[in-house]
Write a protein that binds this ligand. Structure first.
Ligand code: TXA
Ligand code: MG
Length: 326
C-alpha cells in the first residue's frame, strides 16, 4: 500500500495536497506535512500515535524564513545559523500567528530547522510551504534512517516514502531554546554543546531532560519523554555485556560499537543496529556507555531513553535496576 519512490515532485505534490509523506533528511527520516495546513498536521499525530502535547519541528528552506514564522529572534540564532544551518540544528523561538497551535502543541513557541539534505530541500522548494516533520517512526519507537525502515513503521498509513538512501548523520537534530532571554539545549544531537558554546559562549543552563520541570514553562521539550527511541526487546546498560548471557541464562544481543572508528560512525549506525538486534529474537539487548563528551553525550542520551535501566553483573550473580517503572 505504501510505495517507496524516488520522484521528488510526487512527494512535493503529496504535501501540497494536504497528505503526509515519508521524507529523507540528513539526520533521520521525517514524516512531512504542510505546516500551514491544520488538517494535514493532524494526520501526522494520527499516523504516529503521537501525544498531542508533543510539538512538531517546522522545516524551512532559508535563514530568511526564520523571521516569517518566529519573532523576538536573538542575534545568537543568526550566529548559530550561519555556522550550522542548513544542518542538524533546531531553534525554538517565539512563534508567529501563521504557525498554528496544533504544530506547536499549544506552546507559544515553534521549533524551526533548515535541513541540509538536498532532496528534502527540493521538496521544500517545490511544495512552496514550510514542512512540519517529526521522525517517521511510531511514537516512542526507534527513528528510521532508511526508506525501508520507514516502511516497517508506517506501512499502510502513508502513500509514499521518498527514498534518499541512508541518512548521513543517523541521530536527530540538536534542539536549542531561545525563550525567555536564555539559551538552553532541550535535546542533545549531532551539533554538540561544545560546538554551540564556541559560538554563543558558555551556556550556564544544565541540559534539561525533565519535561515536567515546573520552573521552566515554555522552556521544555515535551518530546523528551523518559521512554523514547525504544526497541521492543528490553535494552539495558551493562557493565560486562559479553558475559551477561552466561550469568543470566538469557539470550543476550550486544550493541557492539568496537568496530566503529569514531562517534560519527556510531551515530550513523546506531538506530539500524538497534533495529536489527530488536528483530533478531533476543531476550534482552545490552550496551555499554561510550565516552560522554561531544557526540558521545547525544548517543548515550538516546541509549538511555531507549533503555529500560541497568543490569549489574558481579561474579555469578546479577542485579537489574529498572528505571521505567514510574
Ligand atoms: O532531526 C530531527 O530533528 C528530525 C528530522 C525529521 O528533522 N525530527 C525530529 O522530530 O526528531 P521529533 O518530532 O521526533 O522531535 C522533535 C523534538 C521533540 O523533542 C519536540 O518536543 C521538540 O523537538 N520540539 C519541537 N517543537 C518544540 C517547541 N516549540 N518547544 C519545545 N520543544 C519542541
Ligand atoms: Mg522522534
Amino acid at each position: 500500500m505504501t510505495k517507496i519512490i524516488t520522484d521528488i515532485e510526487t512527494a512535493a505534490e503529496e504535501i501540497r495536497k494536504g497528505n503526509i509523506t515519508g521524507l529523507p533528511t540528513e539526520t533521520v527520516y521525517g514524516l512531512g506535512a504542510d505546516a500551514l495546513n491544520d488538517e494535514a498536521v493532524i494526520k501526522i499525530f494520527e499516523s504516529k500515535d503521537r501525544p498531542v502535547f508533543n510539538p512538531v519541528i517546522v522545516h524551512i528552506r532559508d535563514v530568511s524564513d526564520i523571521e516569517k514564522y518566529s519573532s523576538d529572534i536573538p542575534d545568537k540564532v543568526y550566529d548559530l545559523a550561519e555556522k550550522f544551518s542548513p544542518g542538524p540544528v533546531t531553534f525554538v523561538l517565539k512563534k508567529k500567528n501563521v504557525i498554528s497551535d496544533l504544530v506547536t502543541a499549544g506552546n507559544d513557541s515553534v521549533g524551526l530547522r533548515i535541513p541540509s539534505n538536498h532532496i528534502f530541500r527540493e521538496v521544500l522548494r517545490l511544495a512552496g510551504t514550510p514542512v512540519a516533520a517529526p521522525s517517521a517512526n511510531r511514537s516512542g519507537r526507534i527513528s528510521p534512517t532508511t526508506a525501508e525502515e520507514v516502511l516497517k513503521e508506517m506501512n499502510g498509513k502513508i502513500n509514499y516514502i521518498l527514498d534518499g538512501g541512508k541518512c548521513e548523520i543517523g541521530i536527530e537534530s540538536t534542539v536549542i531554546s531561545f525563550l525567555n532571554g536564555g539559551i538552553r539545549i532541550l535535546r542533545l544531537g549531532y551539533i554538540t554543546k561544545e560546538d554551540i558554546e564556541k559560538v554563543t559562549g558558555k551556556i550556564n543552563d544544565k541540559i534539561t531532560n525533565d519535561f515536567t520541570d515546573p520552573d521552566s514553562p515554555g522552556n521544555i521539550s515535551p518530546g523528551l519523554l523518559k521512554i523514547h527511541y525504544a526497541p521492543a526487546t528490553p535494552l539495558y546498560k551493562c557493565n560486562e555485556p559479553e558475559i551477561a548471557g552466561g550469568v543470566t541464562g538469557l539470550q543476550t544481543g550486544i550493541l557492539d560499537f568496537s568496530n566503529y572508528q569514531d562517534t560519527k560512525e556510531i551515530a550513523f549506525n546506531l538506530y539500524s543496529d538497534l533495529r536489527r538486534l530488536d528483530e533478531s529474537g533476543f531476550d534482552m539487548l545490552l550496551y555499554s556507555e561510550i565516552e560522554n563528551t561531544g557526540l558521545g553525550a547525544a548517543i548515550n542520551d538516546r541509549l538511555k531513553r531507549a533503555g529500560s535501566g541497568e543490569i549489574i553483573l558481579s561474579e555469578n550473580s546479577y542485579k537489574i535496576i529498572n528505571n521505567k517503572n514510574d
